[in-house]
Each structure stands twice: as C-alpha cells, then as structure tokens.
Design a protein around this ligand. Sequence first.
Ligand code: TXA
Ligand code: MG
Length: 365
Amino acid sequence: GITGAERQYSAEDKQSIREAAAILAGGGTVAFPTETVYGLGADARNTSAVEAVFAAKGRPADNPLIVHIADREQLAEFVTGVDQAAEALMDAFWPGPLSLVLPVRAGVLSERVTAGLDTVAVRMPAHPTALALLRAATCPVAAPSANRSGRPSPTTAAHVREDLAGYIGGVLDDGPTGVGLESTVVQVQPDGTVAILRPGGITAERLAAVPGVVVTPPLSGGGEAAGGPEADAGNSPAPRAPGMKYTHYAPQGSLTIVSGSSQQRVAAQAAALLQAAQARGEKTGLLLFEEHLALYPATAAGCIVSLGSLNALEEGARTLYGALRRFDEAGATYILAEACPEAGLGAAIMNRLLKAAGGSVIGTD
Ligand code: TXA
Ligand code: MG
C-alpha cells in the first residue's frame, strides 16, 4: 500500500474518530462517510498527503478537490472573500450537499488541491461522523469521493474497501450514505448569478428558491451538465467543474440509456435490444424505475435493478451507484438504463447516468 496498512474504524466509538483524526494530522489518508458519498480525506495544506489521495484514486492531477470544513469560521484561513449570494447559499444549505467555488487565499492550501486554479471548492457536510472527524482533525480536509477514478462513487464502506484497500490509511465505517450522489457544485458569477458546475444533492429548484439567488440557465442538467463528450465543446454558458470532462462512474459492461416520451415504446425497444444481446451471448443488465417493471418480461435481463419510484427520486439517487456496482458483480456486459425526467434530483441522476454511459443514448420518439 501507499500509505501503509488499511484499518477499519467504527464511527460508534469516539476512539475511532480520534484515531482517524490523528492519521489526518500525521499526513495520512482516511476514508469517511458524508451525507452524499464516502470521501477520501487528507490535510488540505499538506502536499504529500494530498498526493497520496491522487495516487490512491488514480486521479488526474488537473482535477481539483473539494475542501471540507466543520465550521464557517475556518473559511477565512484559506478563502479571500464570500459574496452575498454565496453567503445566502451557505445560510440556506450548510451543512449539506452543496459545494461553493470561492476565491482561494494563496499559500495556505496545497496547490495540488486546487490544481493551480485561483479558486477552491468548499463544503460543510451534513453528517455527524464527518463533522466530528473534521472538528477533531481541526485542519481543512480535502476529500474527493473515495473510489478508484472511473468507478462509481462509494456509498458504503465496503465499496471503499473494494476500490482502495491497501492504498489508504483507514476507513471510518458508519453505514450507507443518505443522499447517494455527490454534492452540487456552484460558483457565483461576476454578474452575481449562480452557475451550477455539477448537479447534485441540492436541486436547481431549491437553489433558485433562495431569496436573492438567480441561477444561471439552464436550470436543469440539460446540455450544460449532460456530461457527454459534446458537453466539452466550450459553448456552455457556465464554466464547468474540471472533473466533469472525465468519464466517471463507468460500469465494466457497456451501458446505454433508452429514452422517449412513451414508456411502452421505451420498454419494447429495450426488451428487444436485450433479447438480441442475450442471443449473441451477452450477460445483460436492466436499470429501470419501479412503475415500469410490469412492462418487461421477467426474463428481460439477467440482472434487473429498480431505482424505485419516479415519484420519489431520492431513492433512485441513493441507490444508483450501488446498482451500477451490482451490474459489475453480475458480470453484465450489456446494460440498458431507463432515462428519467430532469426535474429536481432527476437532473443529477441523469447527469451521472449519462456519464456512466459515456453519452450513449437511444431515443425512441
Ligand atoms: O459530495 C461530494 O462532493 C463528495 C463528498 C466526499 O464530499 N466529494 C466529491 O469530490 O464528489 P470529487 O473530487 O469526486 O468531485 C469534486 C468536483 C469535481 O468535479 C471537481 O472538478 C470540482 O468538484 N471542483 C473542485 N474544485 C473546483 C474549482 N476550484 N473550480 C471548479 N470545480 C471544482
Ligand atoms: Mg468523484
């Protein structure tokens, strides 16, 4: 391993939090739960600690990390200013799944954290174990999702161990995460409007509902945040998070999204494609919403996973990454996924699905 033997800690006992904080203070790496996904933490001021995070993940160096804090007073140490709209968003959503890109103070954080940008993404997680660890560590903690680069983000400690065992200092285990998708990353633009760089746990609708906050269109995932190759063309109205250009969350099999205005047509098309795939010897997978289960034959695919109801997308968000990992475990080589409307959490779900699919979509209209 890169940073020594991996150890498993339980969040229940305070001693575990102290030991995990001591690893961070000593320049090591520790994975910990947040309300979104598990993060892999390191002291954001310590370049060799941050480099160990990049090495464990196999993460490209030009993709900056989010810095986690437990207390808003920590901001002044490494951020030069917080404008009104950013302040309003912190008031509304911190602690919570919202990361704000703010002007960074030079010379405090490792430049590896910001990938040389003059900004830093910051968030205060709404998870008691994360907050206890951050308080005990006292330092700003850089923490990307605790997965190997290109794998689905981890929503359990077991996912972290699958990807990173032997490469990190330890895992603070506190069960499955709640939101299941990463934080929304936003940046206040020079004109005072708020741009969504990455859709996530806080929906565009909730951001726009904050008095004084104007969200830069497009509100939903749409073209700007779709994450397919075309999204890098540079014609987007908002600057995008550097990380959005990488293929993320990819299952080992090929994944294609099937979309359309008629659910009957979507299901018929998907079932036909899956049958043809089975006939040529593929191991098939199907990701769908509960309401549509009855539209498919029971043998439509070798591995069928439901994301729950379209009317309660919180469940879909919470279970999406685990579902993608299940297809890998089943050895699925050909996977189809139903699309969902891009309102509310649907924007973040479709953003991650499109990235997992490498932008591959079959329309049925
Ligand atoms: O929910 C989350 O945000 C999780 C948990 C662990 O907190 N963390 C997470 O980190 O998702 P990561 O590294 O997987 O994603 C960070 C995202 C990337 O898309 C990165 O490009 C963007 O934030 N980002 C970081 N710093 C930035 C900056 N200064 N400007 C623009 N985008 C930035
Ligand atoms: Mg990530």
